[in-house]
Design a protein. Structure first.
Length: 56
């Protein structure tokens, strides 16, 4: 398997997995960090407006 294929697969997996290891359902912040529902709630639970977009 070419190395580029492996990197591409890794990015697909990474892009749908939250930092906690959970399944990411939301993109949070301008740089679209993947978050699961629980971590998305933590991210938006402050006084600063946070950009959230549902994945899919
Ligand atoms: Zn999470």
């Amino acid at each position: 398997m070419p190395v580029t294929d492996i990197i591409e697969r890794f990015e697909v997996i990474f892009s749908t997995t939250c930092g906690c290891g959970g399944f990411a359902e939301y993109e949070v912040y301008e740089d679209k960090q993947p978050h699961c529902k629980a971590c998305m709630h933590d991210a938006v639970d402050n006084d600063i407006p946070v950009l959230v977009r549902k994945i899919g």
